[in-house]
Design a protein around this ligand. Sequence first.
Ligand code: AGP
Length: 630
Amino acid sequence: MCGIVGYVGKQDACPFLLTGLRRLEYRGYDSAGIATLGESGNLYLARSVGRIESLAEQIAGSPMPGVIGIGHTRWATHGAATPENAHPHLGGTGAVAVVHNGVIENYQALKEMLIEKGYCFQSATDTEVIAHLIADNLKRILESPVNAGTRSGTASEGRNAVYVEAVRASLPSLRGTYGLVVMFRDRPDLLIAARCGSPLVLGVGRGEQFIASDTSPLVGHTDRIIYLADHQLAVISKDSIQVVHRDQGRIRPEVRVLESRDQEVDCEGYAHYMLKEIYEQPTSLRNAMRGRLDRENATAKFGGLNLTPSQLRSVNRIILTACGTSWHSALVGEYLIEEFARLPVEVEYASELRYRNPPVDHDTLIFGITQSGETADTLAALREMKRKGHHTLAICNVVGSSIAQEADGGVYLHAGPEIGVASTKAFTSQLSVLAMLALYFGRLRYLSYEAGQRIIDNLEALPDAVERSLECDSVTRRIADKYKDATNFLYLGRHYNFPTALEGALKLKEISYIHAEGYPAAEMKHGPIALVDEHTPSVFILSRSHVYDKVMSNLQEVKARGGPVIAIVDQRDKRLDTLVDDVIEIPHVEDFLQPVVAAIPLQLLAYHIAIARGCDVDKPRNLAKSVTVE
Ligand code: AGP
């Protein structure tokens, strides 16, 4: 979702800004723009709808000089995707340029107040309000007798103070979330960044400084970074960065090292990031489990939960909260933890939990599950649980993300960067971490030493099973060609494979735009079976387990109504020859790990159908990689 870049230094800003925006493309966007400030004090602005390439073409035709600039990829919230609504937005007839991530909830009231004061709005966005508000405060401060002549004063810090004050004075009026960067027409060596709920990272250079909404644009430019925290404001010029906290005043920011795992990633010969990430799963699973399986004690170990075993033993309930694919992992987690640890688990949509105010006992542990660590709803739900005094833990992929920083502890997935908007390897890594947590909680309670050993055997064998599961790629492609024109799909499974069915349906709809529903297979009789006809394929996940025959009966019910059936199976069963139209074979694993192995053909099926339909799988329409607005 929306991306931000900023540069102030000694080189042309435009190349960094454009490359940075390209690296942020994976977050999802529908328009983009850049503003630079030339030596003459001219403000250059380019904005366009669609891909960064069309912005780059516009700039190639009409160059944008300047050693200072800001850029943005926009995912429309307020107002359609048009050049006028794209950022940067200008305030006060071009005195101020602003890029903004987040949502200003009270923008309408602010807009009316500013229109009354004579400001003209060019866009339908909430962001333009920020630009005019800062311009208005700047005008007020500059016109006050104390500051007369400040614009042409000598000491740079003193001159900047007025501009810093204009931003600082504007922020309390904003209700909602923001990560924003401000550039002033009269200050060719000053950018001001401010954060409340939307991430910003500063890249510390020599004689140049960088700003971005995540670390990807900074790679290759600097390895020293500062994560801006909520209510902090950064005053950035080419030779310095000062950070000021709303309540604590000027603070010394922690400068961290940009980890090598954050280095730039490319497709490495695969046609798309999504396909590469699907194929990376044997490795990402090994990385998730590395050093965490304790064979001697028949358990798992985690360094970052920040709770002692005895504190963990006194936990009597767990809440798993997440969104989208991570929510599907949570559903599997519920089955795992309840089965291994006999601990009651509740799975909550983070977007609901944050406003629901359920009764939560004090010995309840809260886990937020998130690939990006930036999902606004998950962050808000965890914050609310924290306010109520609960220990919050994150199962997260992105090191240093907002959720990773704010949670009281957690477990990293170590899956490596996931660029494709459709989550694949993060999902299976989340499942393996949840299985290890279930083992850990189980061993603190009722799980025997032998049972713990067996779980470890199965977990250790999992990456090889996933490797073999990937062999279904060509069969899946053939099946995708056959069904690519379907307009509805059903995904059905039971027990551990009920969440797998939900995930299969989500994968298909988000990248191929085909309507798909996932259901517990038996639930189908209570409504969805009405959808079954010869044009509606049903994908059954039919792994060997205690519900195998039950799912087989559900499959027959679909077949009896003329619906085409695609079965994902881990054993040959003669009955399938007459009942099933297409079969995808996967290796057999214990039922608690079936969602991991079955996820592979589901991901590949969605991928190949999307490709066959000519869809942009890595950047599907309307979607964003990290959903930083609620
Ligand atoms: C997954 O394919 C989706 N793009 C989406 O549902 C995603 O899982 C969801 O937005 C949650 O993201 P998170 O894991 O980064 O919190």
